[in-house]
Write a new protein. Structure first.
Length: 430
C-alpha cells in the first residue's frame, strides 16, 4: 500500500479551486491545435507517459565551493531523501524514479526497496563516486581514480563500481552512470594517451561485470575539478569510450557539461545517429556546470534538445529509449520546489516538440527555406502547453498547480520541526 506525504485534501482542494479554469483552457487549446490537425488527446497521453528521474542528491541544499547554507527541514539521509522525492512525484506525477549516488546513499538494499515501494517509487541509474574520498577507503582519489597512475587506486575504483552494480541489482536498477573527475591542473602533469588507456582498461573491467539487461553510461564534462585537462572531457571522447566498450555502453549528456555556446542539440543528434545516446542529466547553465533548474536560463535550447528526441521517435529509430534524469544543485530555492518546476519544464519542452509540424519542417529543409523552417519550430515553441501539462497531472492524481499545492501543504515546515539542520550531505559543488 502506497503512503502519501501530501494529504488527499490538498489535492482535492487544488482540483476544486483550479479544475473549472483548466477545463476551459484545455478545451480552448484543443480547438486551437485541432485547426492545425493536432489531436490534443494524443499529445496529453504522450506527456502523461513521459517521466524523468530525480537525483537523490538534489533534494538536499547544495552549496558552492565557498559555502553551504543549510535549508530548513533538510533530509538527514537517504530515507528522508526518498520521502522528499515522493512529494515531487505525488504533486507532479512526472518523477516516479530516483537516481542514487553511492556511497552518499549507501544503505541496506532490503530497506531501500521497502521504503521505495511504500512510497510508490522505483530506482533509475546508480551513480558511482570516485571523485571524492570516502572515510573508510584505503587509497585517495586526489590524483585520479579509474585513470590513476597506480594500479591499486584503479582497482579500488573498479571495485567501488562493482559494488554499485551489486547494490543496484538488489534494488531493481538497470544502469550505472560513471562520471570521474580525473584530469590534470598543469600542462605536463599527466600523459593524455596513457591516462586514457588506463581509463579504458578500468572501464572494460566494470563493463564485464554488467548484467546483460543493464546499460553503462559514461558522462563527459569539459572541466572541473580538473582545470587544465580532463580525461573524459567531451562527447567525442565519450563516443570513443562507448564504442570501444561494447553494445551495452552509451554516452550520457549532462546539459551543463559543455563550453558555453556549444550546440548541444547537435551532439544529441549525432549520438542518436550512431546509436550511442544513453540519456541525460537535465539542468541549465549560464557559464559552466552551474546545475541550475532545467529551462531556467535557456528554455529554447531545452526545446531544441527535445526536438531531436521527438524527431528520432518520429523516424522510428530502433532501440531508442534514452534515460531522462535531472542533475541539479539548489542553493537559493527549496529543492523540492526547484525539482518540481524542472520536471514540469522538461515535460513542457517535450510537449512543445510534439507540436512541431515535421512534414512541413522537412519540406522547408528540402527547399532551403531557412526562415520558414525556423518559424515552424518557433510556432511550436510559442504554444502555451500548460493546460496539457496540468491536465496530465490532474488525470494522474497530481496537482494542477504543484507549487501552490506544495506551499499550501506545509510540508517543509513539518519537516523543519522533525529534522534538525545538517551541515553535510551529497551534492555540494558537483
Ligand atoms: C558531475 C556531475 C555527475 C555527478 C553529479 C553529482 O559534475 O554532473 O553527474 O555524479 O554531478
Ligand atoms: Mn551530471
Ligand atoms: Mn555536473
Amino acid at each position: 500500500m502506497t503512503s502519501t506525504r501530501i494529504g488527499a485534501d490538498i489535492i482535492a482542494a487544488d482540483h476544486e479551486r483550479r479544475g473549472a479554469a483548466l477545463k476551459t483552457d484545455y478545451q480552448a487549446l484543443g480547438e486551437k491545435l485541432a485547426r492545425s490537425g493536432i489531436d490534443i488527446e494524443s499529445v496529453t497521453a504522450k506527456v502523461a507517459a513521459f517521466f524523468v528521474a530525480v537525483p537523490s542528491w538534489g533534494v538536499g541544499t547544495g552549496g558552492t565551493r565557498f559555502a553551504r547554507f543549510p535549508g530548513e527541514g533538510e533530509p538527514r539521509g537517504i530515507f528522508d531523501k526518498l520521502d522528499d522525492c515522493a512529494v515531487i512525484q505525488e504533486l507532479t506525477r512526472a518523477t516516479p524514479a530516483v537516481s542514487l549516488h553511492i556511497p552518499w546513499d549507501k544503505a541496506d538494499p532490503k530497506l531501500l526497496t521497502e521504503k521505495a515501494e511504500s512510497l510508490g517509487l522505483t530506482f533509475d541509474a546508480m551513480n558511482s563516486n570516485t571523485f571524492s574520498d570516502a572515510t573508510d577507503q584505503a587509497h585517495s582519489y586526489k590524483f585520479g581514480s579509474l585513470s590513476h597512475t597506480q594500479a591499486a587506486v584503479r582497482a579500488q575504483a573498479v571495485e567501488h563500481n562493482l559494488e554499485c552494480i551489486a547494490l543496484g541489482k538488489a534494488i531493481g536498477s538497470k544502469a550505472l552512470t560513471v562520471w570521474i573527475g580525473d584530469g590534470s591542473n598543469f600542462p605536463g602533469q599527466s600523459h593524455f594517451t596513457r591516462s586514457f588507456e588506463r581509463y579504458l582498461a578500468a572501464m572494460a573491467e566494470i563493463y564485464k561485470a554488467l548484467p546483460d539487461d543493464w546499460r553503462l553510461f559514461s558522462e563527459h564534462k569539459m572541466y572541473e575539478p580538473a582545470f587544465y585537462s580532463t580525461v573524459v572531457q567531451d562527447w567525442g571522447t565519450n563516443y570513443l569510450i562507448a564504442n570501444t566498450l561494447g553494445e551495452k555502453a552509451f554516452c550520457l549528456v549532462d546539459l551543463g557539461h559543455h563550453a558555453p555556446n556549444t550546440n548541444i542539440e547537435m551532439i544529441v543528434a549525432r549520438l542518436i545517429q550512431f546509436g550511442k545516446l544513453g540519456g541525460f542529466h537535465f539542468n541549465d547553465s549560464k557559464y559552466g556546470d552551474d546545475d541550475l533548474d532545467a529551462g531556467a536560463i535557456e528554455p529554447y535550447r531545452l526545446f531544441l534538445v527535445f526536438n531531436e528526441l521527438v524527431d528520432a521517435e518520429h523516424r522510428g529509430v530502433e532501440a531508442f529509449h534514452p534515460a531522462h534524469m535531472i542533475d541539479q544543485s539548489h542553493n537559493v530555492t527549496d529543492p523540492i520546489e526547484s525539482l518540481m518546476a524542472s520536471a514540469n519544464e522538461i515535460r513542457r519542452a517535450y510537449a512543445q516538440a510534439l507540436l512541431v509540424d515535421r512534414a512541413a519542417l522537412s519540406g522547408f529543409q528540402e527547399e532551403n527555406d531557412a526562415l520558414m523552417a525556423s518559424e515552424t519550430l518557433k510556432r511550436a515553441y510559442r504554444t502555451d502547453v500548460e493546460p496539457i501539462l496540468a491536465e496530465a497531472r490532474r488525470r494522474a492524481g497530481g496537482a494542477i498547480d504543484p507549487l501552490a499545492s506544495y506551499r499550501a501543504s506545509g510540508y517543509r515546515a513539518r519537516m523543519a520541526a522533525e529534522r534538525p539542520k545538517v551541515q553535510g550531505g551529497g551534492g555540494g559543488i558537483v
